[in-house]
Write a new protein. Structure first.
Length: 256
């Protein structure tokens, strides 16, 4: 089993439950010619406060794994626990509750609601989760200020630059204070300047304690993480530690 741990996470005390535990996860998609074995027995534990990047070639299973962790798809075999709660058991309603409590998702192509203002885009997930509108809008304004687009609260997403749209998507993903922030190729639809903005922002969020799992095929993007896990043919193969020798939190990985 691959375990990803940071010093800051190991000192969490009452929050010692891992942010994520994946055990024996397999996923096969039916295809015209032959079944595609997207995941072939993945084991992974991520403690709180970790910034983990999943890398690998197209079709290696990294986005499928992220979708299973997000509860957007169901595993054929194995278990997934998010903050100690089982994501591979219970009904779809149970899974939706876990997503609302523990998971924020940042998509490559933003998935913004173009007919709502920037503020409304961020506030909506919190309102759906049961927070009253005033409280949701207050947190949304705080997030927009934190991410540098507070002055855009009343405009529509269509007038934002690519980097600003992804900042908005990140703010929306943080609306419910998630245990896990999942980012699927968050710089893939951006130019180099916009991509660098997003990388720097994710690094700031991680420094503040946010647990992040990032999927990318770009080594420059992955280098922002504490740890990079390599995937191929539906398996986690190897790891590198791009932060070795830096001043960031130490990262250790073991195969148990």
């Amino acid at each position: 089993m691959t375990s990803v741990t940071t010093d800051t996470a190991s000192q969490a005390g009452a929050e010692s439950t891992p942010a994520l535990e994946v055990h024996g996860v397999r996923k096969t998609f039916e295809a015209e010619i032959a079944p595609v074995r997207a995941l072939r027995g993945v084991d992974l534990t991520v403690t709180r406060g970790t910034f983990l990047a999943l890398m690998g070639p197209s079709g290696c299973g990294k986005s499928t794994l992220l979708n299973l962790i997000a509860g957007l798809e169901n595993a054929d075999e194995g278990t997934i626990m998010v903050a100690g709660e089982p994501l591979t058991e219970g009904s779809e309603d149970d899974h939706a509750l876990i997503r609302r409590r523990h998971i924020g998702i940042v998509f490559q192509f933003f998935n913004l609601l173009e007919g709502m203002t920037v503020l409304e885009n961020v506030a909506l997930p919190a309102i759906i989760a049961g927070r009253n509108r005033k409280s949701a809008e207050t947190r949304s304004r705080d997030l927009l200020d934190l991410l540098g687009i507070g002055d855009k609260a009343s405009v529509m997403p269509g007038v934002l630059s690519g980097g600003q749209r992804q900042r908005l998507a990140i703010a929306r993903a943080l609306a419910n204070e998630p245990t896990l922030l999942l980012a699927d190729e968050p710089t893939g639809a951006l130019d180099s300047a916009g991509g660098q903005e997003v990388i720097e922002l994710l690094s700031r969020l991680h420094a503040a304690g946010q647990t992040i799992i990032l999927v990318t095929h770009d080594a420059n993007v992955a280098a922002a993480a504490d740890t990079v896990l390599m995937m191929r043919d539906g398996r986690i193969l190897d790891h590198v530690n791009p932060g070795a020798g830096s001043n960031g939190p130490a990262t250790t990985i073991g195969t148990l």
